[in-house]
Design a binder for this molecule. Sequence first.
Ligand SMILES: [Zn+2]
Length: 117
Amino acid sequence: MILLTKKVLMMHRRFHVKRDDRVMVITGREKGKVGKVLKVLKNDSVIVEKVNLIKRHTRPSPYTGKGGILEKEAPIHVSNVMVLCNKCMNPVRLGKRFLGDGTKSRVCKRCGEVLES
Ligand SMILES: [Zn+2]
């Protein structure tokens, strides 16, 4: 029981960014960019569509046919992004709320809008 409580607390401290969220980068080189979360990684990093692109030079190979420059998203730490609220159109902090049917949902702390999750 105590262990369970601890686990819940730890989860609560985590960021609430999920796949398919629209997020804005709030710090660093990519500040101000907006994109969709493609993937949430285990080390609290996220891959955001068209954000933090890195160029990789690839050699021509007999398998892929041609070489060249490939652009690929590099992971960005979740603390560098904030979820964009669809209603107030701002990067916001999220809260949690229990809905009538007992399911937990994420809400915008600014306008109270429930985000789909
Ligand atoms: Zn909002």
